[in-house]
Design a protein around this ligand. Sequence first.
Ligand SMILES: [Zn+2]
Length: 92
Amino acid sequence: MVVRMRRNRSETAKRRSHHALTPVQAAKCECGAARLSHRACPECGKYKGRVVIDVVARAKRDARRAKRREKELKASGQITESKQEKEPTSQA
Ligand SMILES: [Zn+2]
């Protein structure tokens, strides 16, 4: 680094004074779950008191996809037993 480019501690601190992150603002849904504001609730799928996401259908679809993915991995031999990996309580 060239001496001309060197920044002292004060200048570095001044630049970094704008680097702070703000915590996420969690709002409470009418179903009682915490959700992000201006986002649909992942628990009940409601936004502004109106259902916008079919959570039951989505859960079914996700389960079906996970099952299929697991089946494919087993067929290709990338995993042998998935249930033992998912449960960390077996060691403790
Ligand atoms: Zn909700």
